[in-house]
Each structure stands twice: as C-alpha cells, then as structure tokens.
Design a protein around this ligand. Structure first.
Ligand SMILES: [Zn+2]
Length: 430
C-alpha cells in the first residue's frame, strides 16, 4: 500500500507545471495516506515527493531504491517550442528516512537565446533546502555534483519533511503578505496596472512624501521579477520597498526628494505554476519588448503602458532599472549613449563601492543601434532606450558564490542589497 501511494505521485504526467502548446497545465498531487506504522522500513516505504503548493515544480519522479530517486525535470519552452529552460524545481519530501538520500535530476539540457547547453544548473549553483519552508540553506559543496545534463544531490535529512528548490522561493503569497503589511503606509500608493494572461494582478507601488509635490523631485523606476525563476530579484525588491517606507532618516530624505515607482512582479502566473521565464502563452517577458501584442503578452503591455503614461503626462524618468538573476554573471548594463553613460558609470561605481554588488566585468553598454537584436528579442531596457530615449538599465545578480559575501547569497543578503541599492542609486542621482 505504501508503495502504491508512492507510485501515485510518480504518474507519467509528472509533477509541476509545463507550458505545452501555449496552454499551461499543472498537476496537483495528493500526499500519501496517513499510517501509524513507525518502523524505519515503513517510514522509508512511504517517502513522497510533492509539488501540490504554489510554485511547486519537479517533473517525473522515479523511485530507484528506497533511498535513491531520479527526477526527470520538465522544463519549459517558449512560444516557438525553443529555448527550453530547466531553471526551476521546488518540491517537498515527506517521510524521509534517517539515512542518506541520493537524488538525481536529469534532462537538464536546454537553450538560452537559441544557444544549446546546460545554462540553468551548473557546478556553481547548489540547490537550497529547508525544514520549515521559510529558512533556506545551500547544500554543501561536497554533497552536490553537476554533470553534463544532470546533477546529483546527496542529503542526510535532519527531519522527515524537507523542501528543496533551485533558489529560495518567493511566491505570490509572500508578495501579497508584504502588500497587506504595508497597506496604508504614509507615502505609499498601490495600483493594479494590468492583469496577467490568467487574470492575476500586475502591481505598481509609488513611494514618495506627498507633503512635497515639487516638480524637481527625481523619479526612479525599479522593476523586479520579470522572470519567474529569479526569486532573488523579488527578495531584493522586498528589501528596497521596506527600506523606502521605513523610518530610517535617509529613507525619509529620499521620500522627500524623490518619487520611487516600483514594479515588484511581472509574472504572477509563472510564480504560481513554478515557471521559468515565459508567460502562460510561452512569451519571454524580458524579450518581445519590441513586439506589441497585449493579448499574448498582457504583462509587458501593463508595464509599458504604466511607464509611458507616466512619461506622456510629463512625468520625469531619471533612472530605470530592471533587476535579474543569472547563474554566475553579475553586471550592470545601460544605453550606448554619451548622454546616459556618466549616470550608468556613477551608479556602477556607487554600487561597487558601497554594496555587495560584485561585478564580473566593468560597466557595459547595450548594442549600438547598428546591431539591434533580432525582432522579438529586445529587452525592457533596450526598448525603453531605443524607442523612447529613456535612461533604462539592467542588472544581473548571480545565484552562485559571491566573493564579497563569501557565500552564495541568502535571503537576508538579498534584502540587505535591496536597501543598499536604493541608497546607491539615490547617491548617484543626488
Ligand atoms: Zn531574468
């Protein structure tokens, strides 16, 4: 019976979400039945792998032995059936035995910008695990091995229940809790600027001291989490929002002299189903900014309209930044423009000097007009600059080991960076 329960969770359909022919599907699986048998044998026999919660994704689970499990990850493809990414897995184990588990993850090969390879999971990107779903730790280097197209995790769980993920998850529920907590804060305005394909809110926060309505106020736009797997971007966003609303004297001064427009989340559908970087129709939300298709990409249309409505009504935009995660690269890039170059360099220097930003290379500029991306491949920063002459920048932060931190970034590191990011941008603009 226990064995049958386990197998119920290994249905061929697999666990978690996958975009197929543009229609998202998500298998919600139940966990095994309760039993009062407590022998080691019984506990092993009823070990289950589950993704029946927000953001859960795994794929097909094959039980090889009592302590050796193989997970065939689903990954997701774009609207063309290309650019397969396997950059998200998030699942719970129940009934883990008191002995070492071996978990193999296979089918990791994919494509990034039409280049084949194992971009998502490398020897530098250890999984995280948690015993309460809140506090996450990185798997020790010696327990983690990435190969060509697969990876192996060995773990001796301290408890029978644990969660494992690619990076510490940040869910729609977490953002909703934050928004509830800060509701009514002085200086905060909350707006829904549009809906996702599956009718979820696309939020925007405006943070400023309304006692000072001066036109001289600098206006900073911060965009987080265009891509579902990049949870680190949301943790930074939460850190920025909390700091901007705080009683810290520097935050109070920033609110007096600046307006911060914060776009905390662009892909709520992807967060819900445990997606990677495509919306429910398969469109990459940080490409396609040169396309204009609100029906297929309502998330892009919502953000674009919010930004351009602001600008069209005489609103300033002194600095725009979209923040992303990368496996091993960390950098800031900006427009190939003599007008905006000094600002980009100043922000880069300020970040490097005062924060844990640990760039892999110097400040860099996007392609010049002569070498524009192929149609459908323009990102938000490129589109805002090329089409609207705005000072739009993009930052990547690595999920791998950061020299300045001496570890792979934790949730606390991301939140702290959110605070120092606001200060650094403000220092560069002031
Ligand atoms: Zn991204």
């Amino acid at each position: 019976m226990h064995r049958r329960n386990f197998l119920r969770n290994t249905a061929a359909a697999g666990l978690g979400g996958m975009v197929a022919a543009g229609i998202p599907s998500r298998a919600d699986m139940a966990v095994s039945a309760v039993t009062d048998e407590t022998s080691a044998e019984a506990r092993r026999a009823r070990m289950t792998f589950t993704t029946d919660f927000e953001g859960g994704s795994l794929g097909k689970v094959v039980r090889v032995t009592d302590t050796y499990t193989r997970c065939i990850l689903l990954g997701e493809v774009d609207q063309l059936g290309r650019n397969r990414q396997v950059s998200w897995y998030y699942f719970r184990i129940d009934g883990a035995p008191d002995s070492e588990l071996t978990i193999d993850f296979t089918d990791l090969a994919g494509e990034y910008n039409f280049r084949p390879g194992n971009h998502a999971i490398t020897p530098e990107t250890p999984p995280v695990y948690s015993y309460d779903g809140q506090r996450w730790m990185h798997v020790a280097k010696e327990d983690w091995h990435a190969f060509e197209g697969s990876m192996r995790l060995r773990i001796k769980p301290a408890h029978s229940r644990l969660w494992i993920a690619h990076v510490a998850p940040y869910t729609n529920r977490r953002l909703a809790q934050l928004l509830q907590e800060i509701k009514g804060a002085p200086g905060l305005e909350y707006q829904v600027i549009g809906k996702s394909v599956q009718d979820r809110d696309i939020p925007m926060l405006t943070i400023t001291d309304r006692g000072n309505e001066s036109k001289e106020k600098k206006v900073v736009w911060l965009m987080f989490r265009q891509h579902a797997w990049e949870a680190g971007s949301s943790w930074v966003g939460e850190g920025s929002i909390r700091f901007l609303l705080s009683s810290d004297p520097i935050a109070a001064r920033i609110r007096k002299k600046a307006i911060f427009k914060v776009l905390p989340l662009q892909d709520p559908d992807g967060l819900f189903r445990g997606g990677v970087r495509f919306n429910a129709y398969g469109y990459d939300l940080n490409r396609n900014w040169d396309a204009n298709d609100p029906a297929k990409m309502p998330e892009i249309a919502a953000a674009r309209n919010a930004i351009l409505n602001w600008a069209d009504h005489g609103g300033r935009i002194d600095f725009f930044l979209s923040l992303h995660n990368d496996e091993t690269n960390e950098y800031l890039s900006g427009p190939p423009s003599p007008k905006f170059r000094p600002l980009g360099q100043k922000v880069f220097e300020e970040l490097t000097r005062t924060t844990t930003f640990d760039p892999s290379r110097g400040y860099e500029e996007d392609a010049t007009q002569a070498k524009l991306p192929e149609p459908g491949r323009m990102d938000v920063a490129e589109a805002l600059y090329y089409q609207h002459s705005l000072p739009a920048f993009l930052m990547e932060q690595r999920i791998a080991y950061v020299g300045k931190l001496g570890r792979c970034p934790t949730i606390a590191d991301r939140m702290e960076f959110g605070k120092s990011l606001v200060k650094a941008v403000w220092a560069a603009l002031a």
